[in-house]
Design a protein around this ligand. Structure first.
Ligand SMILES: *Cc1c(COP(=O)(O)O)cnc(C)c1O
Length: 383
């Protein structure tokens, strides 16, 4: 049984996007013999799309380990969940490891990030205990001021990670704080700091490592950020991070749909929702959708946002935990009609970026919020 509110996850669009990104990166072939590798970011349950399904679909495109797909998740637990579902691709773990049980990294063959001397020591101890060498990526902090070895302190802090034979540094990476904002000077500054850090590391005797830096926005904005690999999240899910002029076209993977369960009239001056969120300025008709903030629909959508019904926009007037009320005074609707919260209907489309703008957040957050109660429906051809 499927609830009226559900998410369609179109894995064909996902694999389409992956191939498009791969082609787009291949366009640099004249400048470099090999195009950058794609590290597909599937943290946070693949931005709400379902990490295992997404990983399997990507694996079906990119078979063979050499130069192929790498996945990235936020923590060891997410990585283990993928391994237990039979996902074989290399998995980079982004998060800080200082308070985690590290055995899972070795047992499940994950690639951890070393982002501090303490993390290096803890991983060394774990690798030694298992009598195994561990391949890791080293993170450099060039301006996020979150995880990573400070770019200007590398000579002092990184040696602890280099001295041990159990840790093999496969790659060095950084993360941009302002890739979404074309005009911010920190973006280019971070890239320069990263290059200096890479030089410093080479000077310290580290060699044969690859490097990566770009998320979706950065890879679209500046080819100098491509290095040996790129780390798209949003783009894979078919969402363009910022209005950007690019030859790359992607298709949205997730659509969020529901149905009208009730329609009723309101007299002038009557209110709808808790705390009288909406007051009818004229005789109105409202319709109720069985999805609310427990499903990821933000309370602040009331008064600013719309849904699509009968191919037209209907304003959201109230959001509660399990239901949302929309003004359908100007649309001829009946119970049972299809409603689109994210996706297209008729000639109109509401995408995650538009929803994000309505409440002043980023599209990543909108996708991730898709509630656990919402059933995900996948194309049947994908396992
Ligand atoms: C989430 C994340 C990404 C992907 O970012 P998008 O903007 O979704 O492309 C890349 N790198 C790191 C380290 C991340 O945490």
């Amino acid at each position: 049984m499927v609830r009226p509110t559900h998410a369609h996850i179109d894995l064909h669009s996902l694999t389409f996007n992956y191939r498009r990104i791969r082609e787009y990166l291949g366009a640099r072939a004249e400048a470099s013999p090999t195009a950058p590798r794609i590290i597909a970011v599937i943290k946070a349950n693949a931005y709400g799309h379902g990490a295992v399904r997404v990983a399997r679909a990507l694996e079906s495109v990119e078979t063979g380990p050499a130069g192929g797909l790498m996945l990235a998740c936020a923590d060891i637990e997410e990585g283990i969940q993928l391994r237990e579902a039979g996902v074989c691709a290399p998995i980079l773990v982004f998060g800080a490891l200082s308070v985690s049980n590290l055995d899972g990294v070795v047992v499940h063959g994950l690639t951890p990030t070393v982002s501090s001397p303490e993390a290096a020591r803890a991983l060394q101890a774990t690798a030694a205990r298992h009598g195994q060498q561990l391949h890791v990526h080293l993170k450099v902090d060039t301006g996020m001021n979150r995880f990573g070895f400070r770019y200007d302190n590398i000579r002092r802090t990184v040696p602890v990670a280099l001295e041990d034979r159990n840790l093999i540094i496969d790659a060095v990476y950084t993360q941009f704080a302002t890739a979404e904002n074309i005009d911010h000077p920190l973006f280019d500054l971070q890239r320069q700091r990263f290059e200096i850090a890479l030089e410093t590391l080479r000077g310290m005797g580290l060699d044969e490592f690859t490097s990566h830096a770009a998320n979706s926005s950065a890879l679209l904005r500046d080819r100098r950020t491509w290095y040996d690999a790129v780390r798209p999240g949003l783009l894979l899910y078919g969402v363009m991070p910022t209005p950007i002029d690019t030859a790359l076209s992607v298709r949205p993977v997730l659509s969020l749909r529901s149905r009208i369960v009730a329609v009723k009239g309101m007299r002038v001056g009557e209110t709808a929702g808790y705390a009288t969120q909406f007051s009818a300025g004229r005789a109105s008709r409202v319709a109720v959708i069985p999805a609310g903030y427990a499903d990821g629909l933000d309370l602040r959508l009331a008064g600013t946002a719309s849904v699509l019904v009968r191919g037209q926009r209907a304003s959201i007037v109230a959001v509660s935990m399990d239901s949302t009320t929309v003004d359908v005074s100007d649309v001829d609707v009946s119970p049972g009609d299809d409603v689109v919260v994210i996706g297209s209907q008729g000639d109109d489309r509401i995408d995650a970026c538009e929803v994000a703008r309505w409440i002043g957040t980023v599209p990543h957050e909108i996708l991730c919020r898709t509630g656990t109660r919402i059933e995900r429906i996948y194309n049947s051809e994908f396992l």
